[in-house]
Design a protein around this ligand. Sequence first.
Ligand code: PGA
Length: 226
Amino acid sequence: MQKLIFANWKSQKLANQVVPWLEEVGAPPAAVKLVVMPPTSLLSTVAANLPPTISLGAQNVSPYPLGAYTGEVAAAQLADLGVQFCLVGHSERRRYFGETDDQVVAKCQLLSQAAITPVVCIDEPYLESQLTALQAAGSADMILAYEPINAIGTGHNASLEQVAHVAQQVQQFGDFPFIYGGSVSAETVGPYLLQCDGALIGSASLEAASFAHLLAVAAAQEPSFS
Ligand code: PGA
């Protein structure tokens, strides 16, 4: 199974930085499935320049279908742009934009209807309510991303024991790909990929040369057991 690597640019980069990044990153190693997740403003620019070896992901989606919802981008519109994956329930969205479990469920359902795979972020304080809510959503195709808040953008990545513990809890809930995110870099990605199906990379995905190195390190890991 290929390792899943998601490059979450968050609210960063401008249009003139897209092609240089794609060119410098180049084709990912065959052992890696790379999904680039630009901000919504850059989805169409990335889509227009994306090589077939890289997939397109979004960072957010409306909790409503197409309709009179000013400022929102619906799942069907993301699909229209070629989006195949979408983050849901990221802690930054919960914290700054009040995203709730109910919205996470609605987003998962709409994404599934649009044939987009939800990448649902989970963390301990909400783990139980999130998993219960997700069970209600009944998404068959979903990726679970363990993203401990105190590890995001801090340089303090979660211990391998902590990740293994959550992976075990999540396994009881269903057989979904399980990835880890939080201060992952080329230096730290290796061991996580021995026990997870992939990684969600924020800051370390922004600079193309060091990110290409991260991809090479990821590809060098032994195949996952899942
Ligand atoms: P980080 O972000 O790699 O900068 O910690 C990860 C994420 O929030 O997806």
